[in-house]
Design a protein around this ligand. Structure first.
Ligand code: NDP
Ligand code: 2IT
Length: 460
């Protein structure tokens, strides 16, 4: 017994040293990429128990390979604005891992986009996609283009120019992009049109998140938000709780936020706040989702407009204040690092019971520690927001089979996938000695499937 403990401990030390060494190399090779380093640090630390238990992955250099993208494409995106002036943006596509399927992941259009952000998203996508149980590798793309205030024609010209370079790098069996921040049905439509024109073939499965009239899957629009709520519901159920009569705060008011609000409300919760990049609204009676949908999805205006129609509600400038609203459940659905240590402490002080990350990496490493140390139920992004990409994979399947499933069929599959992800994450956390820590559980469960595929496929 003593001997086995000692062996275990010495394995743990070896694993820790190995992970730290690889992390140092990553930082040296990718200097100043803070978001990328943050995502890598979290994943690497979670995997120490795996290397301690199964040194074969260490010996095969799985981690060194997995963290180095298979291919990184950076390109110029020239377009002409409505004034006839030439504009230049930068486009990215990181084809991170094809170990278990074609590269798969969204495209983000936001002025903050840079290589660090695309790489953090791409690296996380490998493990997220693995967790879905679907045959999809990891990738991510985007541009520093700012869609805000652009006319519909400008958006179209930009998307066409972006695709004019991207098309040669993607394909239904190669790399399948989709939406993310700033990219929804409209942008996917313009990109698909240009891809089809350049390729001269109707390859429906090259992009997901398409309109349902031309190859899109029903329930893809709802999938990420619904999936996040399905995941949190599993966490709550395990503790004998539910969404019924709970007060919920959701950040963001985009695709993920809107459908998280919708499902949480259907499950009996009262969602009292949501936000955009300017500020947040608080409606103590529960926010009116129809108004939010019209303002954000149709009129593409600011969330501050909401209070004009609902005088009983309040609007506050700034994004972080939303976390000081007392709530039972918090669903960050806007962007990375939107919950820092201070906000996490306020949420805990105000009695939050569960966090479900709809956005990618919305909590800083320090904030995650606050939640875990206070035994708050914590659903990490990779697991909790995997419903979007899972239904993207279902869209690919429907496109390959040239058929379409009903909303109810897709929603039922999504629900089951989220339950499976939860159970896999719990199981891995228990097997590796981190019971209750779904960050470790999700990272390990996602990693093992990809690592095994890499072992079978040789040193490529
Ligand atoms: P949208 O563009 O539809 O909405 C984003 C929302 O977040 C908007 O309300 C936006 O405000 C706000 N926001 C964006 N950037 C910032 C910022 N820097 N500071 C504060 N608020 C900000 O994007 P999605 O809903 O698709 O994506 C939201 C998050 O979910 C992202 O982290 C994305 O990576 C993640 N995600 C998305 C999936 C999907 O299927 N779409 C799948 C899995 C994860 P404003 O209106 O002012 O721009
Ligand atoms: O972060 C994500 O998982 C997404 N933006 C969705 C990706 C996809 O391919 O549907």
């Amino acid at each position: 017994m003593t001997l086995s403990v000692r062996v275990e401990q010495s394995n743990e030390v070896t694993a820790k040293n190995y992970v730290n060494e690889v992390f140092e190399t990553v930082k040296k090779r990718n200097p100043n990429e803070t978001e990328f380093h943050q995502a890598v640090e979290e994943i690497f630390q979670s995997l120490i128990p795996v290397f301690a238990k199964q040194p074969k992955y260490m010996e095969a250099g799985i981690l060194e390979r997995m963290v180095e993208p298979e291919r990184q494409i950076i390109f110029r995106v020239p377009w002409v604005d409505d004034q006839g002036k030439a504009q230049i943006n930068r486009g990215y596509r990181i084809q991170y891992s094809s170990a278990i399927g074609p590269y798969k992941g969204g495209i983000r259009f936001h002025p903050s986009v840079n290589i660090s952000i695309i790489k953090f998203l791409g690296f996380e996508q490998i493990l997220k996609n693995s967790l879905t149980g679907q045959p999809i590798g990891g990738g991510k793309g985007g541009s520093d283009f700012d869609p805000k205030g652009k006319s519909d024609n400008e958006i179209m010209r930009f998307c066409q120019s972006f695709m004019t370079e991207l098309f040669r790098h993607i394909g239904p069996d190669v790399d399948v992009p989709a939406g993310d921040i700033g990219v929804g049905g409209r942008e996917v439509g313009y990109m698909f049109g240009q891809y089809k024109r350049l390729r001269g073939a109707y390859e429906a499965g090259v992009l997901t998140g398409k309109g349902v009239g031309y190859g899109g899957s029903l329930a893809r629009t709802e999938a990420t938000g619904y999936g996040t709520v399905y995941f949190v519901n599993e966490m709550l159920k395990d503790k004998g709780m539910s969404f019924e009569d709970q007060t919920v705060v959701v950040s963001g008011s985009g695709n993920v936020a809107i459908y998280a609000i919708e499902k949480a409300t259907q499950f009996g919760a009262k969602v009292v706040a949501c936000s955009d990049s300017n500020g947040y609204i608080y409606d103590k009676n529960g926010i009116n989702l129809d108004t939010v949908k019209r303002i954000k999805e149709v009129e593409r205006k600011r969330i501050s407009e909401y209070v004009k129609e609902h005088p009983e509600s309040e609007y506050y400038e700034g994004c972080t204040g939303i976390w000081s609203i007392p709530c039972d459940i918090a669903l960050p659905c806007a962007t990375q690092n939107e919950i820092n240590e201070e906000s996490a402490n306020i949420l805990v002080k105000n009695g939050v019971k569960a966090i479900g990350e709809g956005a990618n990496m919305p909590s800083t490493l320090e904030a995650i520690d606050v939640f875990l140390n206070n035994n708050i139920l914590f659903g990490p992004a990779k697991a909790a927001n995997a419903g979007g990409v899972a239904v993207s994979a279902l869209e690919m399947a429907q496109n390959s089979a040239r058929l379409s499933w009903t909303f109810e069929e897709v929603d039922a599959k999504l629900h089951q996938i989220m339950i499976n992800i939860y159970q896999q994450s719990v199981k891995a956390s228990e097997e590796y000695g981190y019971s209750g820590n779904l960050v470790v559980g999700a990272n390990i469960a996602g990693f093992l499937k990809v690592a095994d595929a890499m072992m079978f496929q040789g040193l490529v």
